[in-house]
Design a protein around this ligand. Structure first.
Ligand code: 0O2
Length: 211
């Protein structure tokens, strides 16, 4: 049983705070070296106690098994401009030595029935406590700005409808999710074309007049 929720959540809060700094640091480093970053912005939160309790009921998680069975008490989100950036960020996370990835769920190319898309990474993270090292479970969701827009709005509507959307609304949300994904694809194509144009221009500009 959890005697004191505030105490129970201390390592999770520590992990979220540390990881926000680290991930924002990567963005800064990218901007300095490449002029652009696959990470647009980072958010993080500790799951509110009410949501933990609600999820314990929904997923039949025993309070004694919370640390092992609830993976997203500490949650980070990384927002990217392009779908390709998501995979660049995932690769980067795979190489880090301060996190141990336990599971990856690619809901970007395997969307959920609701239409939801994101790349989820479940990992173990060591937090240095007064009592010594404590390994906690945490989740990072990596998504585009368009995926984040859809998920944010859908989540707030979900709250209102308690997950029981009328069929028509469910269908419209699914097609809105597809529209968001088409927007992502279109933006990637525009970027590719611009890069190709710049590449051709550069080639012409570097040719000597006699060429
Ligand atoms: P919150 O409030 O964001 O913390 P389950 O929750 O059972 O569906 P599971 O297997 O625990 O899913 O993990 P999954 O599906 O990999 O990730 C669950 C989290 O992904 C959710 O956390 C949401 O953050 C997000 N998510 C998954 N599906 C949807 C969706 O259809 N719409 C939106 N907006 N977000 C989704 P929580 O704890 O449910 O909620």
């Amino acid at each position: 049983m959890v005697d004191n929720w505030e105490d129970f959540l201390i390592p999770y809060k520590q992990a979220v705070d540390e990881l926000k700094v680290k991930l924002r640091g990567i963005r800064g480093e990218y901007l300095k070296t490449d002029g652009r970053s696959p990470i647009e912005f980072v958010t993080g939160r500790v799951k509110p106690v009410d949501s933990i309790k609600e999820k314990m009921v929904r997923r039949h998680i025993d309070e004694d098994r919370l640390e092992e069975d609830m993976e997203d008490i500490a949650g980070l989100r990384i927002m990217c401009q392009f779908v390709e950036d998501i995979y660049q960020v995932v690769d980067l996370l795979r190489k880090r030595t301060d996190i141990t990835i336990l599971e990856e769920r690619d809901y970007v190319h395997n969307k959920k029935p609701s239409g939801y898309r994101s790349y989820h990474i479940i990992f173990e993270y060591p937090v240095q406590m007064l009592s010594g090292e404590k390994k906690i479970l945490a989740e990072i969701q990596v998504r585009t700005l368009a995926m984040n827009f859809w998920a944010t709005v859908e989540h707030s509507l979900n709250y209102k409808y308690q997950g029981e959307f009328p069929t028509e609304l469910k269908d419209r949300l699914q097609s809105a999710a597809e529209a968001a994904f088409r927007l992502d694809e279109e933006m990637s194509e525009i970027r590719d074309e611009l890069q190709e144009t710049n590449r051709v221009d550069d080639t012409h500009n570097t040719r000597k007049p006699s060429d």
